[in-house]
Design a protein around this ligand. Structure first.
Ligand SMILES: C[C@@H](C(=O)O)C(=O)SCCNC(=O)CCNC(=O)[C@H](O)C(C)(C)COP(=O)(O)OP(=O)(O)OC[C@H]1O[C@@H](n2cnc3c(N)ncnc32)[C@H](O)[C@@H]1OP(=O)(O)O
Length: 347
């Protein structure tokens, strides 16, 4: 097994050599469609750190562009309404997992929202009965299983989610179905969460022998407190309709079919008496006092992620999790009588 794992890692490294060797990202380069807008929201420290962040994020995006050029699946769609924008994660065959193309799309959507002046709120949701199952495991296996590249992904997503969280809009994650791994982290980047009855937020990273990569641990602790966050991150237990409100993680629970409508009504009832610019001011005035410490913690989270990502232990845990999913899918498919035969006392 060890040889197999090392070989896989070697292959992953090779596939990213091209990306790592390419010319460093520069914010002035206009050739790359994705390199448009890294504002300075990640770190308030020196400009050389800022440049390094931009370089690493740019390298990650160029890898995503390659995936998109090779026909990578899925999209992140933006619908601008009069007061509310909707971001739809759209990769339903993979439970809206994030492909390279979707990482690219997401960054573009955040850039577009940064210049949307009329809006009051943004709702993020997933297509067809799921919120988001984290990173696309096929894209991850093909391209990312190398600590340096995992680190790029982590910096990129943390930075982009910080930009998203800083928008002068009320943000809501409308969670229907699974929000696992990076999907759970995405839900923590919103001001509020509304659950449907099937919502299941699970930080499954510990089972994969990795830590959170998109700033989710820091954010979860900010939402439900450090003591509770520690429990859900280590146990990988779900946050769902039975504990979500009590934890202060979600505001409301509604039927699956009504999720979007209820979210819009709730936004309008609670927030929309205020004009858009006043909402923007209050978003700014209610942000955490010590953003420098927060950013520092996010950087620490990305560095911890790099230590755990792409190790033999991670490969093994990922393979075990995949085998477990196959076993449980096969179990669900087997007819009830054969189960009864295996365990005659079960009826
Ligand atoms: C980036 C990293 C981070 O946090 O930093 C992460 O995100 S780590 C976390 C990475 N994510 C995960 O480990 C979640 C893996 N997925 C699951 O546990 C499960 O699929 C659930 C999300 C609970 C959904 O279960 P459910 O029974 O509803 O559906 P299912 O398992 O039959 O999945 C339907 C189809 O979607 C695919 N599928 C599901 N999740 C996927 C993913 N993340 N990447 C690629 N494909 C995925 C399945 O392989 C299957 O494909 P076929 O129809 O072809 O069989």
């Amino acid at each position: 097994m060890a040889t197999k794992l090392s070989l896989l890692q070697h292959l992953s490294r090779r596939s990213f050599n091209g990306i790592i060797k390419r010319a460093p990202f520069s914010s002035s380069s206009s050739s790359s469609s994705s390199s448009s807008s890294f504002s300075s929201s990640f770190s308030s420290s020196s400009s050389s750190n800022e440049q390094e962040l931009q370089r690493l994020c740019g390298e990650f995006l160029r890898g995503c562009e390659e995936d998109a050029a090779e026909g990578g699946v899925g999209s992140v769609d933006l619908l601008l309404g009069r007061e509310i924008a909707e971001i739809k994660l759209n990769n339903p065959k993979k439970r809206n997992a994030f492909s390279g193309r979707m990482f690219l799309d997401f960054e573009k959507v955040v850039t577009q929202l940064e210049s949307w002046k009329e809006g009051k709120a943004v709702i993020i949701h997933g297509a067809e009965g799921a919120f988001c199952s984290g990173g696309d495991l096929d894209f991850v296996a093909k391209s990312l299983m190398f600590p340096a590249v995992g680190y790029q992904m982590s910096l990129f997503m943390t930075h982009t989610l910080n930009r998203f969280a800083s928008l002068p809009l009320i943000s809501v994650a409308m969670v229907r179905g699974p929000a696992h791994g990076g999907g759970a982290e995405l839900a923590t980047a919103c001001d509020y969460r509304i659950f449907t009855r099937t919502a299941e937020v699970r930080f499954v990273q510990a089972r994969l022998a990795i830590t959170t990569g998109f700033g989710g641990a820091t954010r979860l602790a900010g939402i439900i407190g450090g003591k509770q966050a520690l429990k859900f991150l280590c146990s990988t237990d779900p946050i769902n309709m039975s504990n979500g409100r009590q934890l202060g993680f979600c505001e409301l629970i509604c039927k699956d079919a009504e999720g979007l409508d209820i979210t819009k009504v709730w936004l309008s009832d609670v927030f929309f008496k205020a004009p858009a610019d006043i909402i923007g001011h209050y978003k700014r005035l209610t942000r955490p006092l010590d953003t420098t410490a927060l950013r520092q913690r996010h950087l620490e989270e990305s560095e911890t992620f790099r230590e755990t990502w792409g190790t033999d232990r991670h490969f093994q845990a990922k393979a075990d999790a995949a085998a477990e999913r196959l076993r449980s899918a096969a179990g669900q498919r087997s007819p009830p009588q054969s189960k009864a035969k295996e365990n005659p006392q079960s009826s």
